[in-house]
Design a protein. Sequence first.
Length: 297
Amino acid sequence: MNTSSTQTPPTFLLEAALRIEESLDTWLGEVDLPSHLYDAAHYAVVNGGKRVRPALTLFCAEAAGGTMEQAMSAAIAVECIHCFSLVHDDLPAIDDDALRRGKPTLHIHAGEAMAVLAGDLLLPLAFTQIYEGTYSPEQQVELMKELALATRDMVIGQVYDTLGGLDSSLSPTECLELIHKNKTGSLIQCACVMGGICGNATAKQQNAITEFGEIAGLMFQIVDDLIDYQGDTAHVGKTTGKDAGAGKTTYPGTIGVEASKAAVFELQTRADAILQSLGEQGETLRSFNLWMAHRTR
Ligand code: GRG
């Protein structure tokens, strides 16, 4: 496979990311906030992330036969939770990181108290996005439920990863899966499921999207670990090589680099087979899945 063309974000992702960035900017500007809190939240959110999770929400809505417009509020909600988690993850008490998305982390930029509070703010704002969106009452309940459960699981995963607490009878690979299924996979799967809800997916489509989301979440984390292991800080925009140095449980560290790469290939192929059942309207999602397997940042 020629991976050079798949490493650069494809045009459809860059276009979707731009629409997401603009929507985040417009939406945040309409929230009534003290100016320094607004500045901190804006710094955390409108800052050129890859927008993988909200893009998944948009593409899954399309794959179910809906439109990106239908899914934009849900996409913003997912990205708010993600940005919240990044701000808190970077704090001195957790990962103590100085660089995020190529810029100083929020606590370096605005101070620790503001970083804690701006992160906190993004949690309720995510949910206001859903009830302010043009969703039916049933969709609102489903969307809020999915987002709340995924956020809960993300916190559980973060606790396992940073503070431990896993059952001592579990093997290293089982620990790895449990940490990352919760910490990273849950929100990625949720982004997909929310897209299906917004696009009024049939039960069959929603099953395929849910299954794809689970695989995509795991694959995302393995690729992330490989990037951390092999990537260049300037290119990636965050400090690389940190996880191994901090003794974190990673895929390359647990199963090796080659086995990690093989797992990515196997997951990408499996996800692709699932997405084929969605037909032509799932083509963008299939291309996105391919890019996610080969991304380098
Ligand atoms: C209650 C929301 C909440 C969080 C508190 C701190 C925490 C609990 C959870 C941290 C979860 C976390 C940081 C997971 C890492 C996920 C990950 C691989 C992030 C990098 O995602 P990318 O590459 O980043 O999509 P960009 O910057 O492109 O968005």
